[in-house]
Design a protein around this ligand. Structure first.
Ligand code: GLC
Length: 820
């Protein structure tokens, strides 16, 4: 807690003369070299040098360096793109040097080596960037136009647009507070997205030490300051923001397909403290028929908080528990923290010491810090051998049938020191570079989750692994889903879920979510109902709460709240095929599942600051209620035709609407022409059949629309070698005809799941006259007059139908149904 002393004049007064000393810049260009084979230009200045490397046509790496040659090594965040080096050229003018690829040019001033990225037609992509340093650190100052908005930066508090904020990339265990001025949370993703009237670029700073982002102090520029390591950044540019995300995630990686069960509903509590309590929770879900796939084991399952153990008294027969849970369609995800209890009789600690796997000080002393188990040692995950050893430890769980692990406290969080993290002078082996903890602090959580994921992957012999992590760095999406740590059961925190999740999505992390209902503080039923509604569409969907607070399972607040939670969790289960296809899209493009509107409507300035409405993919919009006692809210619908999902009312876009939302309603809007897929409801994904897939088609409006439906076995990595099927679902609609087709774009019979399509066409412009294309046996269609819908059923895996509407002139005629 802070007191008024924080604002003591000495703490906030003007900077000293020393601090005011002017910063140094690289100075005038003295000489330059150019290596077209490597795609590298090196520019030598009076005081420092600039390296420019075209990683691809759209990704340009810029590094400040002092020696003869730059250090091209990168962190684990960066993947080898294995692309041919783009063609490059350097031209000189009196005042500038132009380093050009086919699509972009870096314009460097001779005077001070400031640089700006341009398109090949000369249009600026970025403003001018100046590099400088003083005794506080090294900075990059990038010019901003008055209309520029800033997004990304991973997990931060505050609004969607980050302009006007300050953050520090430094993974921190912040139990309290999560407020707009909290500088750091658990994740550090130094990827800043710049968006200016539909034009965008990204700037990824690959530095896992402390990085300060000041997006406030200069009215016309942003400032990034590092205190250790090198200033090494990647400017990523393309026509559209979606493409920028695709390039960024080509560089730092994308999610692999999670097992389907990880997309189900997860229930957690710190902690379910005994085997009996876990079983009671599981049975209650099944009795109440509320779908649920996963139950979590928080720290109380362990023997004295020793990782890779069970408490024998409270959990007398974990294997029996697992067997029963699996039979009931549940998975179990236990927590695994990095701290290994210092205890000479504990085998994990002994092995770690014997093989030199733990972090040490330079002088060779073991580093220990206090966490849940008391004094603990920490594996040095930068050491490949130690990481592999950690991964293998998980056999303890996989032997029991566990395939998901929850990594917590991996900032790492340390209780007994002011810094609340590992000593900064701990030495990490780091591929022989022997880095201090200070230099690579933000990598610790990522490396732990990487070790966990790779270990599980090997142990599970083909079954997909699931890892959840609290801490991470750029690239974490390759190994783990991310949850946003210890939020509170406050309405303000429900509101914060939206910009936080959206910016995580814009930072390459689509698989993310928050503790539904809030972790700390006592939740009310109303809050849990509203949070569960939003959680329905959260890529990661887990309800979790703190010991000593009111229990938060869906049934803890009476029948009304239980029914609402059940209704929305069921909705999620029905929509799983659509969500799964969006996950597949994310794995190929890096696009988020939950999207800010500006990603889908980049030309509509009204969307740029909207952070309380979100797109689920590109066709569905949700507008959650995030205030108590609120049953109405304003909703902005961009240009086009929309439908209120609940009432079926057709609405015109390009304006605000007042949504009515009693407690059981979260406003959902469907874009005209939308198509998505659903499965039949089940209490667990384990029981969910995807043989009949329901296609929902909204036929309001003419034109074309399409979506993809992706399927594989939903549990193994066989899809990586092609065992998957991909379908294109396409609608072409004119005034008097709607053509709809399902065609396979990738086929693998082994992965085939769908055997029957059930298509419902809603919001027909007029009563249909006929449906063509359903002449085969087993095909059928009918027109539901009351609901004004056409329902088609077919067992043909690929099909095309045409629904004809009578022309306005010929008047209405009765439809001629076929089949039933
Ligand atoms: C941390 C986690 C929280 C967990 C608790 C006990 O506070 O953020 O989710 O329940 O530790 O393990």
């Amino acid at each position: 807690m802070q007191t008024s002393e924080t604002i003591h004049p000495d703490n906030i007064g003007p900077k000293s003369q020393m601090d005011m000393k002017p910063a140094r810049t690289p100075g005038r260009l003295q000489s330059w070299t150019f290596d077209p084979e490597q795609g590298i230009a090196l520019l030598y200045g009076d005081h420092a040098n600039l390296a420019i490397r075209f990683v691809s046509e759209e990704i340009i790496r810029v590094q400040l360096f002092e020696q003869e040659q730059p250090d091209w090594s990168a962190t684990v965040a960066v993947l080898d793109l294995e692309q041919a080096v783009p063609v490059m050229d350097v031209t000189e003018t009196e005042t500038e040097l132009w380093v050009s690829g086919a699509k972009h040019t870096v314009r460097v001033s001779r005077a001070e080596l400031s640089f700006q990225l341009l398109r090949s037609d000369g249009e600026p992509v970025t403003g001018a960037h100046q590099l400088e340093w003083d005794r506080t650190g090294t900075r990059c100052i990038g010019e901003l136009s008055p209309t520029a908005q800033l997004y990304g930066l991973g997990e931060t508090t505050g609004d969607l647009n980050k302009r006007g904020e300050q953050y520090t990339m430094w993974n921190s265990d912040v139990f309290d507070p999560h407020v707009p001025e909290t500088p750091s949370l658990y994740q550090s993703i130094p990827f800043l997205v710049h968006f200016d009237q539909g034009q965008s670029y990204g700037c990824f700073l690959d530095n896992p030490g402390k990085c300060d982002y000041d997006l406030r102090n200069r009215p016309d520029a942003y400032e990034i300051q590092i205190s250790t390591g090198k200033l090494d950044m990647y400017l990523i540019a393309d026509e559209e923001l979606k493409q920028v995300l695709t390039h960024y995630t080509a560089l730092t990686g994308r999610i692999s397909m999670p097992p389907l069960w990880a997309l189900g509903y997860h229930q957690s509590r710190y902690s379910y403290k005994s085997q009996e309590e876990v079983m009671t929770i599981a049975r209650t879900f099944r009795e109440k028929q509320i779908p649920c796939d996963v139950i979590y084991l928080d720290i109380h399952y362990m023997d004295g908080y020793r990782v890779f153990t069970f408490d024998k008294e409270q959990f007398p027969d974990p294997q029996q528990m697992m067997t029963e849970l699996v039979e009931m369609g549940f998975r179990v995800v236990p927590i695994v923290d990095p701290g290994v209890k210092k205890d000479a009789s504990y085998s994990v600690y002994r092995e770690g010491i014997q093989h030199d796997y733990f972090c040490k000080k330079l002088e060779g002393d073991l580093y220990t810090g206090e966490v849940w188990p008391g004094e603990s040692a920490f594996a040095d995950f930068t050491k490949e051998e130690a990481a592999r050893w950690w991964g293998r430890q998980h056999q303890y769980y996989t032997d029991m049938g566990i395939s998901g692990i929850w990594n917590d406290m991996n900032e790492p969080s340390i209780f007994n020191v002011d810094s609340k993290t590992m000593d900064l002078d701990v030495i990490h082996e780091h591929d022989g570079r022997y880095s201090t903890h200070e230099e690579i602090h933000n990598l610790y959580g990522l490396l732990m989750s990487r070790a966990t994921f790779l270990g599980l992957r090997e142990l599970l012999e083909g079954e997909r692994a699931f890892v959840l992590t609290r801490a991470g760095y750029a690239g974490i999406q390759r190994y783990a889903a991310v949850w946003t740590g210890d939020n509170r059961s406050y309405w303000e925190h429900l509101a914060m879920v939206m910009p936080m999740t959206l910016n995580l999505g814009l930072s390459g992390i689509p698989f993310c979510g928050t503790d539904i209902g809030g972790f700390a503080h006592h939740a009310s039923g109303e809050l849990v109902a509203r949070w569960t509604q939003l959680g329905t569409f959260s890529p990661y969907c887990r309800n979790h709460s703190l010991d000593g607070t009111r229990y938060q399972e869906p049934w803890q607040f009476g029948e009304e709240i239980e029914a609402i939670c059940k209704q929305y969790i069921e909705l999620r289960y029905r929509w799983l095929p659509h969500l799964y296809s969006l996950f597949h899209e994310a794995s190929r493009t890096g696009w988020p599942i939950l999207r800010p509107l500006l990603l889908e409507f980049p030309q509509d300035a009204e969307t740029y600051g909207l952070s309380d409405q979100m797109m689920v993919g590109s066709q569905v919009m949700i507008a959650p209620i995030y205030r108590p006692n609120t049953t109405r809210r304003a909703v902005y619908l961009p240009q086009g035709s929309w439908v209120d999902y609940w009432t079926g009312e057709e609405l015109e876009g390009g304006q605000y609407h007042l949504a009515t939302a009693p407690l059981d309603t979260m406003p959902i809007y469907i874009r005209g022409g939308a198509i998505w897929t659903e499965a039949e409801l089940a209490s667990s994904t384990q029981y969910q059949q995807w043989d009949t897939i329901h296609i929902q088609l909204y036929a309001n409006g003419t034109g074309e629309s399409a979506t993809s439906y992706y399927e594989d076995d939903r549990q193994t990595y066989d899809y990586e070698s092609g065992a998957s099927q991909m379908f294109e679902l396409k609608r072409v609609q004119t005034e008097d005809r709607l053509s709809f087709s399902v065609s396979r774009t990738h086929t693998c019979e082994d992965a085939a799941s769908v055997k029957k399509w059930k298509l419902t066409v809603r919001h027909l412009p007029r009563t249909p006259q006929s449906v063509e294309g359903l002449e085969q046996q087993g095909d059928s269609w009918r027109y539901d007059q009351e609901r004004h819908e056409v329902i088609v059923e077919t067992s043909r895996i690929e099909f095309e139908i045409n629904i004809h509407f009578p022309s306005f002139l010929s008047g209405h005629s009765c439809p001629r149904p076929s089949g039933d």
